[in-house]
Design a protein around this ligand. Structure first.
Ligand SMILES: Cc1cc2nc3c(=O)[nH]c(=O)nc-3n(C[C@H](O)[C@H](O)[C@H](O)COP(=O)(O)O)c2cc1C
Length: 189
């Protein structure tokens, strides 16, 4: 079960825009993240939820997708996610970045989304200062990672990294997205 969830949990960059993710679904995803481990159990992460059209469009406009495929504009027009979870850190609770906590929370959110028949994509490519300003976040909040959520509407295929060691993801003419993963024997020391 867990392996199947992990396999299905790809970085999706194309969504069914007619499927509206609800606030309740987002709350349930964060409720899973709430239960994850946290360094010295400080739990400094806070979550900004966006499901309303204007907020979602605002966040979409501040995110950059698939930098490794500069010739493509992803998501394609009309295929944007219908929700975002902006993971912030309360710097008053923890002044140093808790990036490991952020990763654990984000992956948990995405696995829970896949279990619901949804999917998403972690987005680290944004200007944190701009996002903080545009969302009117409190001074002590630092934006760490944005997680897109929606109903995936594209095919992502896992392949094996070949002899050349190239890990770059790519798309074919039918817009199928391929993600090379290293072989098990190549990652065990
Ligand atoms: C911390 C982190 C930040 C990421 N930021 C972006 C991003 O800004 N834009 C994007 O399109 N994908 C982003 N990704 C997705 C990666 O490109 C993706 O994980 C990788 O291509 C492998 O695909 P997979 O997630 O389907 O295995 C990010 C992933 C991680 C873990």
């Amino acid at each position: 079960m867990i392996k199947e969830l992990v396999r299905k949990n790809r970085s999706y960059r194309g969504y069914d825009s007619s499927y509206q993710v609800t606030k309740e679904e987002l709350l349930d995803l964060v409720d899973c993240a709430r239960l994850t481990p946290s360094s010295i159990n400080r739990q400094p992460l806070r979550y900004y939820l966006a499901w309303e059209k204007e907020k979602v469009e605002l966040i979409q406009s501040m995110t950059k997708w698939a930098a490794a495929l500069p010739k493509l504009t992803l998501p394609h027009p009309g295929m944007c996610p219908t929700a975002f979870i902006v993971i912030c850190q309360d710097m008053k609770l923890a002044p140093n970045p808790f990036l490991k906590d952020v990763g654990i929370a984000a992956q948990t959110i995405l696995l829970a989304a896949v279990e619901k028949g949804l999917g998403g994509c972690m987005i680290g490519n944004f200007n944190a200062k701009t996002v903080k300003e545009k969302l009117s976040l409190p001074e002590n909040m630092e934006v760490q990672l944005i997680v897109a959520i929606g109903k995936p509407a594209e095919t992502v295929v896992l392949t094996e990294v070949g002899e050349d060691g190239n890990t770059a993801y790519y798309r074919d003419d039918n817009d199928v997205h391929y993600v090379p993963k290293r072989k098990l024997e190549d990652i065990i020391l």
